[in-house]
Design a binder for this molecule. Structure first.
Ligand code: UD1
Length: 417
C-alpha cells in the first residue's frame, strides 16, 4: 500500500493553484444523464472519485471523450439503469444517478451505499422525496429500485438539509410535471453550481443557495458547457497549511466567498488572510490561538474542514472545543492525532483539544478523505518523521496534494508500495 512520508518542521511558502471542486464535478456529471445532447465540463479535477463516476457513466452506456480536465459526456445511448454495488461501495456519491436516471428513463436500480467511516449516511430522504413525486420505490437484496411515469412536481420538506439529496431531487424535478418546491434544502455552493448548470441546460430553477428552492419542470433539457468552480475544501486545507506552519501561501483560484466560516475562525486564531490581485494570501503567525468550532450545514463551518482544523488546534496555545453536528462518527482522526502527541478527549459530539507546544511525528493511518488531509497537515507541522498509510483516500479527493505541498516547501514524498 502507498504511504506518504513527511519530515515535519518546514514553513510552507509560495503559491498554490486550487483544482476544480470534486463535490461540484460529481453532480454536474450526473446532470448529463438528463439530456440526450453532449455536455462539456471544464476544470474537472483529476481524482479517483471522478474516475469512479466516469466508470459508472460508462457502465450505464454513456460515452466520455476528452482529457483529464475537460470532458464531453454523451448519454444518448444509455441502456442500463443500474448502479452496481462495486461502484457505489467505493464512492457513495454514485447515488447521484438515482434522480436523473429515474426522471429520464422512468426506472433505476441503485445499490444502497451502506455505512462508511464517518457515519451511517442513509439515503432515506432521497427516497421519500422521490416517492412523494410519484415514484414507486422498493428495497430488495441491497438495491433500491424505483420506477415512475413522469414524476410529479410537489412540495418536499427535508428533515435534514442533505447535499446530495437536494441535488438528486433538484435534478429529478427538472423533468417533472409542474412545480417542485424543496424546503429545508441544502444551501451549499455545490448545490448552486448544479442549479446554474441545469439552468444553462434549459431548466427553470430559482433560489438555489437558499433553503427553499423552486423548480418548474420542463419537457426536455439541452446540452451545456460549464467550467467547474474551484474546490473550497482544498482551498481551506491550504489555508490551514499556512496557519499550522506559520507559512505564507498565495492561494490562486481560492473561492473565498464560500469560505466565510473558516476565514473568520482562522482570523480569530491569528491567521492573516487578504485578497490580492492574483489570489488570496494566507499568513500564519506564532502562537496559534485557540477557538471553539461547531460544524453545521452551509453557511456554517463545514464538516469537511473539521479534521484539518483539529490538527491545527492540537498545537494551539489554549483549549478548543470542536463539535461535530453533521456526521455521528467523524472523529476517526482523533486516535491518530493522539499517536502524534495531541491531547484530545472526546465527549459525545465534542472533541476537547488541549493545545500542545508541538506534535511529534509517528506512523499513522488515514481513515477517510478529510482525516488523511488532517494527518498530512499534522505531519508537516510535527517534529520528526510521520508516515501516513492508507493514503488512497487522499487520491479520491485531493489532486496531487503531495506535489502541491512539496512545491510549497514541505519535505514530503509518496512512497509506492
Ligand atoms: C455531502 C458531501 C460531503 C459532505 C456532506 C456534508 C458530496 C459528494 N459529498 O455528502 O463531502 O461531508 O455533504 O456537507 O457532495 N442524511 C440522512 N438521510 C438522508 C441523507 C442524509 O439522515 O437521506 C444525514 C446524513 O447521515 C448526515 C446529514 O444528513 O448526517 C448530512 O448528510 P448529506 O448532506 O446528505 O451528506 P452527503 O450529501 O452524503
Amino acid at each position: 500500500m502507498d504511504r506518504i512520508v513527511i519530515e515535519g518542521g518546514n514553513r510552507l511558502i509560495g503559491e498554490v493553484k486550487i483544482s476544480g471542486a470534486k463535490n461540484a464535478a460529481l453532480p454536474l456529471m450526473a446532470a448529463s444523464i438528463l439530456t440526450e445532447e453532449n455536455n462539456t465540463l471544464h476544470n474537472v479535477p483529476d481524482l479517483k472519485d471522478i474516475d469512479t463516476f466516469k466508470k459508472l457513466l460508462l457502465h450505464l452506456g454513456a460515452a466520455i471523450e476528452g482529457g483529464k480536465n475537460t470532458i464531453r459526456i454523451c448519454t444518448k445511448d444509455i441502456k442500463n439503469y443500474e448502479a452496481p454495488y462495486e461502484l457505489v461501495k467505493t464512492m457513495r456519491a454514485s447515488v447521484l444517478v438515482l434522480g436523473p436516471l429515474l426522471a429520464r428513463f422512468k426506472k433505476v436500480k441503485v445499490s444502497l451505499p451502506g455505512g462508511c467511516a464517518i457515519g451511517a449516511r442513509p439515503i432515506n430522504l432521497h427516497l421519500a422525496a422521490l416517492e412523494k413525486m410519484g415514484a414507486e420505490v422498493t428495497i430488495e437484496h441491497g438495491y433500491v429500485t424505483a420506477s415512475a411515469g413522469r414524476l410529479k412536481g410537489t412540495k418536499i420538506y427535508f428533515d435534514i438539509p442533505t447535499v446530495t439529496g437536494t441535488e438528486n431531487i433538484m435534478m429529478a424535478a427538472c423533468l417533472a410535471d409542474g412545480r417542485t418546491i424543496l424546503e429545508n434544502a441544502a444551501c451549499e455552493p455545490e448545490v448552486v453550481e448544479l442549479a446554474n448548470m441545469l439552468n444553462k441546460m434549459g431548466a427553470c430553477i430559482e433560489d438555489a443557495g437558499t433553503d427553499v428552492i423552486t423548480i418548474e419542470g420542463v419537457k426536455g433539457l439541452k446540452a451545456a458547457e460549464y467550467t467547474i468552480m474551484p474546490d473550497r475544501i482544498e482551498a481551506g486545507t491550504f489555508m490551514v497549511a499556512a496557519g499550522i506552519t506559520q507559512g505564507n501561501i498565495l492561494i490562486k483560484d481560492c473561492p473565498l466567498q464560500h469560505l466565510d466560516a473558516l476565514t473568520l475562525k482562522l482570523k480569530e486564531v491569528g491567521v492573516e488572510i487578504k485578497s490580492e490581485n492574483s489570489g488570496v494570501r494566507v499568513i500564519g503567525n506564532y502562537p496559534v490561538g485557540s477557538v471553539d468550532i461547531k460544524t453545521l450545514p452551509h453557511p456554517g463551518f463545514p464538516t469537511d474542514m473539521q479534521a484539518q482544523i483539529m490538527a491545527m488546534m492540537s498545537i494551539a496555545s489554549g483549549l478548543s472545543v470542536i463539535t461535530e453536528n453533521v456526521f455521528e462518527n467523524r472523529f476517526m482522526h482523533v486516535a491518530e492525532l493522539r499517536r502524534m502527541g495531541a491531547d484530545i478527549k472526546i465527549e459525545g459530539k465534542s472533541a476537547i483539544v488541549r493545545g500542545r507546544p508541538f506534535l511529534s511525528g509517528a506512523p499513522v493511518m488515514a481513515t477517510d478523505l478529510r482525516a488523511s488531509a488532517s494527518l498530512i497537515l499534522a505531519g508537516i507541522a510535527a517534529h520528526g518523521i510521520t508516515e501516513v498509510s492508507r493514503v488512497y483516500h487522499l487520491d479520491r479527493g485531493y489532486e496531487r496534494i503531495d506535489e502541491k505541498m512539496k512545491k510549497l516547501g514541505a519535505n514530503i514524498k509518496k512512497v509506492k508500495a
